[in-house]
Design a protein around this ligand. Structure first.
Ligand SMILES: Cc1cc2nc3c(=O)[nH]c(=O)nc-3n(C[C@H](O)[C@H](O)[C@H](O)COP(=O)(O)OP(=O)(O)OC[C@H]3O[C@@H](n4cnc5c(N)ncnc54)[C@H](O)[C@@H]3O)c2cc1C
Length: 386
């Protein structure tokens, strides 16, 4: 179909990727964002090759490569710093045809906002409802104003308003752990600058992965009941307590990090939805399939959503509703599968059943690097670009 008008709710990576793709297809696109300044939830993100391939297709490949870390290896180590597994990622790249890039989220956001154009992002516009008729779909905003198009796309994150229009009330599910993350400059007391190192033990993990600008994106994870909080200045003491006795680079990281820049997040996900679309209204990104971040696929799936949604709108011509149904049919199973896989992995990492976590530690010791990269390749090659 040609000449469509799209209204996109939310200017996170899902909304921006979708908006850029639809604009490149020749559609008129406006993005509406509830905040007055977009602030990504988290410091860094690993964009695996399936996400990067979509960015390549959008013409952003070189820009993303310029902000990406050179992640050539992946190392699992015990919390006492014994090597469990050392995995060369080059064979993975050769298999899937594209390097993954861990990036700083603000760098990524700058690229995406610039690519779409700030002027078409309407800030301070909280969507509070959606309606549609046979010819159009309309988003309704808190201030009483409306935006009408041929299609409304909900890219409004895990607590999506558009989702309630499509799927009714859907609560999120607390994953029983807290994640702390941020960025630090690389130095000689931290791991090698081309390695993603993951320390595991005691049902917790601490990790560093290289992003552009000679920095590590770091994250810590530990099981915790819901509702805990810590003032930023107390975060180093909190982490020092939780990770007492862990490897030297972990201790150095805790001393080095800037607590004012650390994000402390209670992690939740979403049960797979029975539907991702209703008539002329569709969900993309976390609004459709928020996941625990243990496969590094949430944002990559948002990119895939953008690509597949755009592809059906452009290449079919029965109706918008028909194109959205095709989008749903292609995406529903894939995103549900990855949400549930990530959930399972989360439980294993964070000691839900201690025996299974211990077995996983043993498995890490004996698993062949090729098995690890084959499993990652399978996820990557399940996307729209093989
Ligand atoms: C700790 C952590 C680590 C992660 N690591 C990775 C990783 O390594 N790799 C990976 O691929 N994924 C990762 N993810 C997942 C990834 O961050 C998300 O999948 C991705 O950010 C989702 O983007 P989104 O645009 O759908 O949602 P969001 O980024 O949440 O954006 C939604 C936007 O909509 C706006 N909005 C919300 N409600 C409204 C409304 N009513 N009206 C208007 N605007 C609204 C919000 O303000 C926001 O700007 C991680 C997630 C977490 C929490």
């Amino acid at each position: 179909m040609y000449g469509l008008k799209a209204v996109v709710i939310g200017a996170g990576m899902a909304g921006l990727a979708t908006a850029i793709a639809l604009r490149q297809a020749g559609y008129e696109v406006d993005v509406y964002e509830k905040t007055s300044k977009i602030r990504p939830a988290g410091a860094g993100i690993s964009l695996w090759s399936n996400g990067i391939k979509v960015l390549n297709r959008l013409g952003l490949g070189e820009a993303v490569a310029a902000i990406g870390g050179q992640m050539n290896r992946m190392e699992y180590r015990t919390h006492k710093d014994d090597l469990l597994n050392d995995i060369d990622l080059i064979p993975l790249m050769e298999k899937v045809g594209q390097r993954p890039y861990p990036v700083s989220r603000t760098d990524l956001q700058d690229i995406m906002v610039n690519a779409f154009g700030e002027n078409n992002i309407h800030m301070g516009m909280r969507c509070v409802g959606v309606k549609q008729d046979e010819q159009s779909a309309t988003a309704i905003f808190e201030d009483g104003s409306t935006a009408t198009g041929d299609i409304v796309i909900g890219a409004d994150g895990i607590h999506s308003e558009v989702r309630s229009y499509i799927a009714g009330p859907t609560g999120t599910r607390y994953a029983d752990y807290v994640n702390w993350n941020g960025l630090v400059d690389i130095d000689e007391d931290l791991p090698a600058h081309d390695s993603w190192v993951i320390y595991v033990g005691e049902g917790k993990r601490a990790s560093m992965m290289p992003v552009g600008g000679d920095r590590f994106y770091f994250f810590f994870g530990c099981p915790k009941p819901q509702g805990t909080s810590t003032e930023p200045e107390e975060i180093p003491a909190e982490l020092a307590g939780i990770f007492a006795g862990w490897a030297k680079p972990v201790q150095h990281l805790i001393q080095k990090l800037d607590p004012q820049q650390v994000n402390r997040l209670e992690i939740s996900d979403l049960d797979p939805l029975p539907q991702l679309v209703k008539g002329r209204v569709a969900l993309v990104g976390d609004s459709a399939h928020a996941s625990t971040p243990t496969l590094g696929q949430g944002g990559c799936q948002a990119m895939e959503d953008a690509e597949v949604l755009c592809r059906y709108l452009v290449t079919t011509n029965i109706s918008v509703e028909d194109a959205l149904k095709r989008y749903e049919a292609e995406r529903k199973e894939r995103v549900a599968d990855l949400v549930l896989k990530a959930r399972k992995r989360t439980d294993k990492i964070y000691n839900k059943v201690p025996k299974e976590t211990q077995e996983w530690y043993e498995q890490l010791k004996y698993e062949s690097p090729q098995d690890v990269t084959d499993a990652i390749a399978k996820v990557i090659l399940g996307g729209p670009f093989r």
